[in-house]
Design a binder for this molecule. Sequence first.
Ligand code: ADP
Length: 399
Amino acid sequence: MSDKPLVLVINAGSSSLKYQLLEPDSGTVTADGLVERIGEPTSVITHEQGGADTVEELHLPDHRAAIDKMLELFAAKGTDLAHANLCAVGHRVVHGGRSLYEPTLIDSHVIDEVERVSPLAPLHNPPNLVGIEAAQAALPDVPGVAVFDTGFFHDLPDAAALYAIDRSVSEEYALRRYGFHGTSHEYVSHRAAEFLGRDYDKTNQIVAHLGNGASMSAIKQGRPVDTSMGLTPLEGLVMGTRCGDIDPGLLLHLHRVVGLSVDDIDQLLNKRSGLKGLCGENDFRSVTEMIEGGDADAKTAYDIYIHRLRRYFGAYLVELGHTDVISFTAGVGENAVGVRADSLAGLEGFGIAIDPERNAVRSREPRVISTDDSTTTVLVVPTNEELEIARQAKAVVGG
Ligand code: ADP
């Protein structure tokens, strides 16, 4: 194994744990894996190392058991993580509230603060903390670093960040637009500038992160000035299972007239909305197959998805005045040729023109998909949140 410093990146969800061991300087990945269905009778761990996949089904009662199993699989492949050249464990933490936004060395104060702001991200922060505590217990000598999904958007201008509600309420409860997927927006916008040989601080950019969750950001001369997700990851674009923007009056109506409880509404908007709510499928490949098979609901779901994307492109183009770069990233953004073409169709008057042949190219590398005449350069830039977290974690520990 290389003697360059390594970072173990951990992304703990409520019943899952994603991990990757990599070298932050070169980006070389030694291993990665996914544990699913933690706490259920049968959990599944998929570990990839040395070009081979190991898949095991077993009962993993909690995240600590999942991390112990991960260490065991690393050891079986000849990597003893407790004695590897590990400079940090980098944790994705979804919400840092107002006080935590820089990548931060984890101590008891950070843990308390992440816990304190958990009501802002009740589905994410508690499992993130469980992951932190499990990693600390398993690897007590390795410093942990928290990298916040909200961090990149910490300095959004007030005009974009504040909700137009009674300020005494919003200030008392820290209600504002925080934004999420920040690690991806940060990585992709820097990678785009680097790929084009442009100065980051002199470039206007729009990044469309279209995965199962989806968000867009506007970056003016290197400063994030707007993003589509808000207090929670529910606001903005149409997503796999989340509704994105809706009239807040709909919530009141669902409660008062339809009789749904707060938990019912939470489930409806987070789990049974978006593409899934509209056509029964949240996976974009399935939606595409349904459209090809003539399914009218899938076509309507697609049209709504594209309509919302175009609305945000329009808003951010006007906010920026001119954008030098538009980048598509994440599962849908990197792969769905039609989404890229349809969401930017007919914008030649705005200086944006997609080249169909370039758009059809498949690759894991950043690439230009606009025409040479397009005054905005449109890119596909594969995201790499793990690498961004690893680099930020290494910078914190001074490795
Ligand atoms: P997340 O990390 O939010 O779970 P991803 O970035 O992995 O999401 O994106 C998942 C989405 O990407 C799914 O909707 C999936 O269908 C879509 N996707 C992946 N590959 C393709 C493809 N070849 N064509 C269209 N969509 C794809």
